[in-house]
Design a protein around this ligand. Structure first.
Ligand SMILES: [Zn+2]
Length: 327
């Protein structure tokens, strides 16, 4: 985290018709008059926070679950909430913590991948850390995914090198503040899969997450907000966090529990966004006063918002000739 935080920006209010006399002045004279008098359009500051909008562990679920009495989740509802939050005044980043594709034990149809990727492209994520379920697809499929989605992972190598299309970190500017975001996958989650060392999968490797994060320490330290999408268990994150004090926010991607109060490790926050994308975590981080940061959990069981583009896409998939209705 940076010791010198940049100042917050402001957003000009629109001018009203037929308003103040200074509007009748020649255009070239206006900045001078405004500077001398202090008059002019009123300005209101943008919120001091940066919003991290996170869900994870969706495992290819297109529709809301058939959870008794409380159908929840689903791509269309998620996208509807993302759209709503994006038009708010708080600058936001929309993130996914991984396992967005079904794994071998999830028994969903393979033809699902194409519609999922198309849907996630429409949802316009800012960054996605792959999970082990996504990496099981192998290097060739991963390259296709990375061409369409903004993947990020610091400890992934293909043929011994960081893939160009899956950078170790992504940089953003929101509300005048600098954000550096990276991701790591716990190698143990991947290597317990028997296929990890066979065929083309052997080209893909996961190195030590702490070493990978150490190589990024200067970038993480210099940013106003540094975030790690950690595809790992909560215990593993709690082991790693004390060794990387320059990280402001850790987000659990792998099978997270749900906590409505963010955890703390030193000054860092640890966010558990909840299992199977039934909720969306909205963490508002205040770079000027991190202790004022707040977490809000948006429950998709209650959401009435949807995205008609995704409704049409999913309906076409389910009713089309190649469609196989997922569970
Ligand atoms: Zn996982």
């Amino acid at each position: 985290m940076s010791s010198t935080r940049s100042r917050q920006s402001s957003i000009a209010e629109p001018l009203s018709e037929g308003a103040a006399p200074w509007r009748r002045l020649p255009v070239w004279l206006l900045p001078i008059v405004l500077a001398l008098t202090g008059a002019g359009p009123s300005r209101s500051p943008s919120p001091p926070t940066i919003g991290l909008i996170v869900q994870t562990d969706s495992r290819g679920e297109l529709r809301p679950c058939h959870c008794p009495g409380s159908p929840s989740g689903g791509l269309s509802r998620r996208s509807g909430v993302f759209k709503q939050l994006r038009v708010g005044r708080e600058p936001v980043l929309v993130l996914d913590g991984g396992d967005f594709l079904p794994g071998p034990a999830d028994s969903l149809p393979g033809s699902l991948d194409a519609v999922l990727l198309e849907a996630m492209e429409l949802m316009d994520y800012d960054a996605i850390c792959p999970g082990e379920r996504d990496l099981f697809r192998g290097p060739t499929a991963l390259a296709g995914i990375a061409a369409r989605l903004p993947l990020v992972c610091a400890n992934l190598t293909i043929d011994g090198a960081q893939p160009v299309t899956v950078p170790a970190l992504r940089r953003f500017e929101r509300g005048g503040r600098s954000i550096v975001l990276t991701g790591v996958v716990d190698p143990l989650l991947y290597y317990r899969w028997p296929g990890a060392f066979e065929g083309s999968a052997a080209r893909l490797a996961l190195v030590d997450p702490m070493e990978a994060l150490g190589a990024l320490a200067d970038s993480l330290e210099a940013a106003d907000l540094s975030v790690v999408l950690a595809h790992a268990s909560l215990d593993r994150i709690l082991e790693m966090a004390p060794g990387r004090p320059e990280v402001d926010v850790w987000i659990q991607g792998h099978e997270p529990g749900l906590s409505e109060t963010p955890g703390r490790v030193g000054k860092a926050y640890v966010i558990e966004p909840g299992p199977r994308s039934r909720q969306i975590a909205h963490f508002s981080f205040d770079p000027e006063a991190p202790e004022k940061s707040r977490l809000q959990v948006l429950k998709l069981a209650r959401s009435r918002r949807s995205d008609s583009r995704l409704d049409r896409l999913i309906e076409g998939y389910e009713t089309g000739p190649a469609g196989t209705r997922p569970r």
